[in-house]
Design a protein around this ligand. Structure first.
Ligand SMILES: [Fe+2]
Ligand SMILES: [Fe+2]
Length: 281
């Protein structure tokens, strides 16, 4: 059998290939199992950039809890109470859980990219797992656990919509949804710090620092693919955002973080021009 058409390995069997190990981690259901699988992917693992995988059913693996609900059903609570801050940290932990899955999904799903592409996304998967752990441990310190509050699945919905199109995946996940996280972080951080929760605020600082790198990786590979296809990035992004139903981004924008993540003046101008009602900062 041609190695490029081999199905994914059955559960319990450790695949030699880094991308196969990413698929196994994506399929893992319980968070301890998933995070251990991410940590278990070694830099020295064989990397077959051309391999095509048969997708197993039931992706992504996820635990029974948290219960998934519509975004409008996720309650916003006061930062003045421990319960309210725990609910916020839980929402962030769930975003990071999904972000681990998203990075793993890029690794196995999209064949034919250069080796450095897969190395970059492995780094992202590891950092998302680190963010998840920081938030989960902070939740425990506040008397809660991951799974205690309902959560919504918006991030993974976008992964499904863009599962056949890497250019769209890069445009809409790192360059839209993760970039929106750059904009939201300062406000979240200040809310937590304002409530006297310096430990939680410090975790948001670490996440923002790393997320600039994730958006930068998304920008770099989006522009690489645009150049290869002879497409102009600003127009190409606008077209993909419309075709795949990207959320309309509203200011204020974290322009400093966005610049550090590689958005250029033309992209930032296009973002701000798309703001009929809200003044951006
Ligand atoms: Fe993250
Ligand atoms: Fe990220």
């Amino acid at each position: 059998m041609d190695s490029n058409t081999m199905p994914a390995m059955p559960r319990g069997h450790v695949d030699d290939c880094l991308r196969g190990q990413a698929l196994a981690a994506l399929a893992a259901q319980e968070w301890p199992e998933k995070m251990a699988a991410v940590r278990g992917i070694a830099d020295s693992a064989l990397l077959d950039c051309q391999r095509e995988f048969a997708a197993p059913a039931g992706l992504p693996g996820r635990p029974q809890r948290p219960e998934l609900v519509a975004p409008a059903q996720v309650k916003h609570r006061s930062m003045a109470t421990v319960e309210g801050r725990a609910a916020l940290l839980h929402a962030l932990a769930h975003i990071e859980f999904n972000a681990v899955n998203l990075a793993l999904d890029v690794l196995w799903r999209f064949a034919g990219m250069p080796e450095t592409f897969y190395r970059d996304w492995l780094r992202v998967a590891r950092e998302e797992a680190y963010h998840f752990d920081l938030l989960r441990q902070r939740l425990v310190a506040l008397g809660h656990a991951y799974g205690d509050f309902p959560a919504h699945n918006g991030l993974w919905d976008m992964a499904e919509r863009t599962s056949a199109d890497l250019l769209a995946r890069l445009a809409l996940v790192p360059r839209t949804l993760e970039a929106r996280g750059l904009d939201a972080s300062p406000m979240i951080r200040n809310k937590l710090a304002g409530a006297g929760d310096a430990e939680s605020a410090a975790i948001v600082d670490i996440i923002l620092r790393d997320e600039i790198g994730h958006v930068a990786i998304g920008n770099q590979w989006f522009k690489h693919l645009c150049a290869q296809a002879g497409k102009e990035p600003v127009a190409c992004y606008a077209e993909l955002a419309q075709r795949y139903g990207a959320p309309r981004l509203r200011g204020p924008f974290n322009l400093e973080a966005r610049r550090a993540a590689g958005f250029d003046d033309a992209e930032l101008a296009a973002l701000q021009a798309d703001q009929p009602e809200v003044n951006s900062r």
